[in-house]
Design a protein around this ligand. Structure first.
Ligand code: ARG
Length: 328
């Protein structure tokens, strides 16, 4: 058994010219030492968390699953994300902008075809133009904010890649009636394998069960956290996502326990209190709640619109007509 929990670490000082250019000379990552925050490296704090706790290895890359990092990070990946078209990655807003940190330094390196972070043969590393450098390739949900001690509200972001990727794209769930309590759901990532532990070298996944927002609110009653309609929660004894798994997917599981080649994504790893703590479920952005925003944002850029996501009327133009240049 392996766990998804987050690991945190400290990066001391500006380690790259890019980090200095980006502002104040701090290279940060999302692995940090904060109890509930994303993994970040720009403080003096010590890593506390990790990724999936008590998960199992995926035994190879998942073509739709990407790792996210930033130049100068001490962590191989700081967040996860999913390819939802050849050119578009869905992730968490807090992987792109963390309000507690004044430096705008999004995770602008996308790692495709990644499985083992210590053996990156075959991995495609794509740099995108982030807003701190004047680019427009990262779009954060306009109503994203952080409150209540690392509670991320509307924690959704999109990244637009310059190079198309051939993959088994994740499908976004747009049905608000899905999932149903207690559906099994699959979460994956390179995050901490236990709270206070280390990041996983290989991609891990685990299965948790959907719980209602009412039940989730009860679990977090007495904490400063809030559960909004745009959030969803999942829980299973002893297993959970953890730090470093943020931005990664929560998928629907079929009756055979499989997620399929083109899995349906119902959630985005967002936040929790510690990891696999029996008192607290894991909290995810609810994909169906943001499906319209995701589609509008992607499909309003004709060169990124695909038939599958946008329907036939918006397809056929620009990049979507080109063959993706990379075949994993
Ligand atoms: N915010 C964390 C990150 O940035 C994810 C935490 C998920 N925690 C949990 N217990 N499910 O990686």
């Amino acid at each position: 058994m392996i766990s998804i929990v987050a690991a945190a670490a400290a990066v001391t000082g500006p380690s790259t010219a890019a980090a200095q250019r980006r502002g104040g000379g701090r290279a940060r990552s999302f692995l940090s030492s904060q109890k509930d925050g994303a993994l970040r490296s720009d403080s003096t704090a010590v890593p506390e968390v990790a990724s999936i706790v008590n998960g199992t290895s995926t035994e190879g890359p998942r073509k739709y699953m990407v790792g996210l990092t930033v130049e100068g990070s001490r962590f191989p990946t700081n967040c996860g994300g999913t390819l939802i078209t050849p050119y578009v990655v869905l992730t968490a807003a807090h992987c792109m902008y963390f309000p507690q940190y004044p430096v705008w330094d999004p995770l602008d390196q996308v790692l495709v075809n990644l499985y083992n972070t210590t053996d990156q043969a075959g991995v495609v590393r794509i740099n995108i133009q982030d807003p701190s450098e004047g680019g427009e390739d990262i779009i954060i949900h306009p109503d994203y904010y952080e409150c209540c001690q690392n509670t991320y509200v509307n924690d959704v972001a999109l990244m637009f890649l310059p190079i198309g990727q051939l993959a088994d794209y994740a499908q976004i769930n747009d049905d608000p009636k899905v999932p149903v309590v207690p559906d099994p759901l699959r979460v994956m990532g390179w995050g901490l394998t236990e709270y206070g532990g280390a990041l996983s070298e290989v991609l891990l996944e685990t299965t948790v069960n959907y719980i209602s927002n009412e039940e989730c609110k009860e679990a977090f009653a007495g904490t400063p956290k809030i559960i909004t309609d745009g959030m969803m929660c999942a829980y299973k004894d002893f297993t959970d996502a953890c730090y470093g798994d943020s931005g990664g997917p929560l998928f629907q599981v079929d009756k055979d326990g499989e997620i399929g080649d083109r899995p349906t994504q119902v959630g985005i790893v967002s936040w929790g209190i510690e990891c696999a703590n029996p008192k607290y479920p894991g909290v995810y952005a609810r994909v169906s709640y943001y499906a319209d925003w995701i589609k509008e944002t992607v499909c309003s850029r004709p060169e990124y619109a695909t038939k599958e996501l946008c329907g036939s009327s918006k397809s056929g133009k620009g990049k979507s007509t080109k063959s993706p240049s990379y075949t994993p």
